[in-house]
Design a protein around this ligand. Structure first.
Ligand code: FAD
Ligand code: THG
Length: 817
């Protein structure tokens, strides 16, 4: 138990599945002063949990969500109410009636194998055995996961609340929160209709009421409440109450059995959930209070017309439904975020005020565990960066954005979404100063973190003609173009401009800046101004929080290239009074000028010395390019000679135009993310959050060279000593696919001796090495170069070999010259 756990007063708002799970997880970790405030009656408080049909399909494209679901299943399987377990592992069956969905299920089977979920692709015949009401002739096949099933959400809530109470927590129902008290930027209490509760920490687990509670606290909560239709039929013959939960994504539907209402007649009904209807946003302020609600606050009247097509689609798949009808139905409200992921973590707007919202029953216990760990230890066991509240900032928290993206998430819940497929709504949002130029060059934009990012440029199409590239299947050809190959080649042979503006950068200043950064990161930063250092942020357990470049621009002034908003928060939270940390991303911009001709391009434009001796590798300098003052850093994520050039946003266009004009005789091109990703994988440069996270030590990730334990103490050093390089539990290594024509995209399972042993983190075709490259986590015994493995891609075995890294220019001849 930490001191904090013993002493702090915690108030949890909401006794839905999330609030109850959290009370249990906190009290299990020794928190004693825990109060849960719930406006409804505890037995069935009236939020989304109160009528959730409780389907749990664990497999997800996101490894974190799968992990949260696996924990939930494990935990609920061990909880019972009146002797009945809170999880019923009746299995999950997803069926395909279209070729596209059948292919998607093959991909899903691969994801399941990657994340350690048992499952098998099954024939139409087998689907009909598992669900005898299915019209087998309509089905191409299915994916069956025996460990999925039904969570009994209300019993699971009650049992966890009781357990928390037995450890001293107060569970107070019929308490409506009406205000949040705060002083000096910190939460101090929660006001209810029945009195005020002083608090050191408050967790809003108010589900779709999150924005209402947030407003009381002055905290923006980027979630949209939407209604989702759920109907139950009259009794249907041929059911036995033991069928797997069933998904029919081709028509945005899912099904489960319910016991028939009338115990005399017995039998079973079918519950049908639909995501096929128009988005039905709900104003959380307009939802009735518990005692005024006709059914429950979160259960709105069923709109029959919206359900009509889903009913037809259901009867098409399950013809027995033709003799039954919709007996009951409601429009149930729950939360959607702009990216479909939960909202977890402490608010930056009000310290001590936490969120645990937009969480499905499926992920509830896992999410609660993560939040409890975070509150207790300052870190989570599982990497949950994709769930952190801090990922949304500025414009992404506007009501207009939250609504546009929330509705899109609803519409796409069951759609086949390519990993690169960008959202269509609320775009363009964030653009660099070169947006107009990029459009003129025919940029194919995808979006990440709100930024428009060119993936390739039609202007480079001519040089893609005649390149010898493997044929792509329809899936891997999506959001890809052979032009990327031409751009990669131009970068290796001539020179290219890359828009690095979305790369987040911080300025750290003040008399204590060096000492502070030394304490926060792993590499030696005590170097003369002008030095740039690649270094890591670790957490206290030695896990990688981020990888950074730190440029010492003056004795007390550093510019840091980071990976996300969490890095800003982490550094800000740890900074002493004599250090200022400032995010300078907006308002500045960055071009990467890379390729063997980069010096020929830049040197004539500046009076500063850009020669190899005058401007060494991993050095920084302030200079003018034409009229534009820049901070130049000699480093390159694509592994070529060149510089990152930073300037203020107002001068960005001038900088681009200057470089572009001067580059014409050299054959300069604009390069996109697609080429960039290939080039960085050839060089073995990791992408934090994708290839590695807090779950890995630097030694495991192959970054031990950036750790200098002898430099003095730093966050994570002591913990790392307990995880020496020899003790690596797994290793991040490059594979190349044996067949030069094969392609994979990432997340594929890796089989060693035919057994799933790891998964792919990033993949791309290496245009310079002439093969597809896949970085993967493997057990140390399988991580030696030369080891033969196979990947699985849409059900196909793809032989691959572990390689030594980097795959390209290991002698660094291209960069250091
Ligand atoms: P809630 O259960 O809504 O709990 C929030 C609690 O906060 C409520 O009890 C509320 O009364 C309380 N509260 C709010 N404001 C205040 C206040 N001012 N003062 C005091 N208390 C307050 N998920 C799945 O995983 N699988 C499914 O099959 C599934 N199907 C669904 C079907 C339908 C029709 C719906 C609507 C949802 C479904 N979901 C499903 C989603 C799932 O139900 C929710 O994501 C989950 O229940 C949210 O839990 P929660 O604890 O965050 O929210
Ligand atoms: N540019 C800047 N900052 C960044 C990134 C960037 N910060 C976040 C992220 N990207 C960090 N990732 C990397 C990864 C690899 C390298 C730089 C940033 C790199 N590595 C050399 C190598 O591994 O050989 C470093 C060698 C050395 O330290 O001498 O260049 O893109 N500004």
């Amino acid at each position: 138990m930490t001191a904090r756990a013993g002493a702090a007063r915690v108030v949890i708002i909401g006794a839905g599945i999330v609030g109850c799970s959290l009370a249990d997880e906190l009290t299990e970790r020794g928190w004693r002063d825990v109060t849960v405030l719930e406006q409804g009656p505890l037995h069935a408080p009236g939020g989304s949990t109160s009528h959730a049909p409780g389907l749990v399909f664990r497999t997800n494209g996101c490894r974190t969500l799968t992990g949260l679901a696996s924990y939930t299943v494990e935990k609920f399987s061990g909880l019972t109410e009146d002797g009945e377990p809170c999880f019923d592992a009746r299995g999950g069956l997803e069926i395909a009636t279209s070729e596209a969905q059948w292919a998607e299920l093959h991909r899903k089977a691969g994801l399941a194998a990657s994340w350690g979920i048992e499952g098998e692709l099954v024939s139409a015949r087998r689907c009909a055995e598992l669900w005898p009401l299915l019209d087998e002739s309509k089905v191409l096949g299915g994916f069956f996961t025996p460990g999925d099933g039904l969570a009994r959400a209300l019993p699971a809530s009650r049992v966890q609340a009781e357990r928390a109470a037995s450890r001293g927590a107060r569970i107070l129902d019929r308490h409506t929160v009406t205000g949040i008290e705060r002083a000096d930027g910190h939460v101090t209490g929660v006001v209810t209709d029945r009195g005020t509760f002083p608090a050191d920490l408050v967790v809003s687990a108010a589900g779709f009421w999150g924005p209402v509670i947030g407003a009381m606290a002055g905290v923006s909560v980027p979630l949209l409440p939407l209604a989702h239709q759920y109907a139950t039929t009259s009794a249907v013959p041929g059911l036995d109450g033991r069928r797997p939960i069933l998904r029919f994504q081709d028509r945005d539907l899912y099904f489960r059995e319910h016991p028939a209402d009338d115990p005399a007649t017995g039998g079973f009904r079918i519950g049908i959930g639909s995501y096929a209807h128009r988005p039905l946003p709900v104003d959380p302020y307009a939802v009735p209070a518990f005692d005024d609600a006709p059914v429950m606050p979160s259960s709105l009247p069923f709109t029959h017309d919206d359900f009509a097509p889903s009913w037809e689609d259901s009867a098409w798949l399950l013809p027995a439904l033709e003799d039954s009808s919709v007996e009951d139905g409601f429009n149930g409200v729950f939360s959607f975020t702009p990216d479909g992921m939960p909202l977890l973590g402490e608010s930056r707007e009000l310290r001590g005020f936490w969120l645990a919202e937009a969480v499905w029953v499926t992920h509830s216990a896992g999410a609660a565990k993560a939040v409890a760990e975070w509150m207790t230890d300052g870190r989570t066991g599982m990497d949950i960066h994709g769930c952190e509240l801090s990922r949304f900032e500025g414009a992404q928290r506007s009501p207009a954005y939250v609504r546009a993206r929330g509705e899109q998430q609803f519409a796409e819940v069951y759609d086949v979404i390519h990993p690169l497929q960008p959202a269509e709504r609320a775009r363009p949002l964030r653009v660099s100063p070169w947006y107009a130029r990029q459009q003129e060059l025919g940029a194919h934009f995808l979006e990440a973190g709100g930024w428009e990012r060119p993936h390739w440029f039609e202007a480079n199409a001519a040089s893609a003609k005649g390149l010898d590239l493997p044929e792509r299947d329809a899936w891997s050809a999506r959001h890809w173009s052979p032009i990327a190959a031409a751009e990669a080649r131009a970068t290796r042979e001539r020179v290219a401009l890359y828009d690095m503006t979305p790369l987040r950068r911080l300025e750290v200043t003040g008399p204590g800046a060096l000492e502070f950064l030394q304490r926060m990161t792993t590499n030696q930063l005590a170097k003369k101004p002008g030095a740039v250092t690649y270094t890591l942020l670790l957490d206290a357990a030695g896990g990688i929080r981020s990888d950074l470049t730190v440029a010492r621009l003056a004795a007390d002034r550093f510019q840091i290239g980071v990976n996300g908003p969490a890095d800003l928060d982490w550094l800000t939270d740890h900074a002493p009074d004599d250090v200022q940390v400032r995010d300078i991303t907006s308002g500045t911009c960055c071009i990467g000028v890379w390729g063997p001709l980069a010096r020929d391009l830049v040197q004539p434009l500046t009076g500063a010395d850009f020669s190899h001796r005058g401007f060494g590798y991993f050095r920084a300098k302030e200079a003018y390019i034409g009229e534009v003052p820049v901070t130049a850093m000699r480093l390159s994520y694509v592994g070529e000679l060149g510089w990152e050039l930073y300037t203020s946003a107002d001068l960005g266009l001038r900088l681009w135009d200057t470089l572009w004009a001067a580059g014409q005789p050299l054959g300069v091109i604009a390069g996109g993310r697609s080429a960039f990703n290939s080039l960085r994988l050839e060089k073995g440069y990791r992408a934090w959050g994708q290839d590695m996270s807090t779950e890995h030590t630097p030694y495991e990730a192959g970054l031990g060279w950036a750790v200098k334990p002898d430099k003095g103490d730093f966050v994570g050093r002591a913990a790392l000593a307990a995880h020496p390089p020899e003790g690596a539990r797994r290793r991040l290594v490059p594979l190349t696919l044996d067949d030069p024509a094969a392609i994979v995209l990432g997340h594929e399972p890796v089989y060693v001796d035919g057994v799933p042993a790891g998964h792919v983190t990033s993949a791309a075709y290496g245009y310079s090495v002439g093969r597809a490259i896949a970085y993967a986590w493997l057990p140390p015994a399988a991580a030696e170069p030369g080891t033969a493995v196979h990947l699985e891609y849409f059900g196909e075995k793809v032989p691959a070999t572990v390689r030594a890294e980097p795959l390209f220019d290991p002698a660094m001849e291209r960069i250091r010259r």
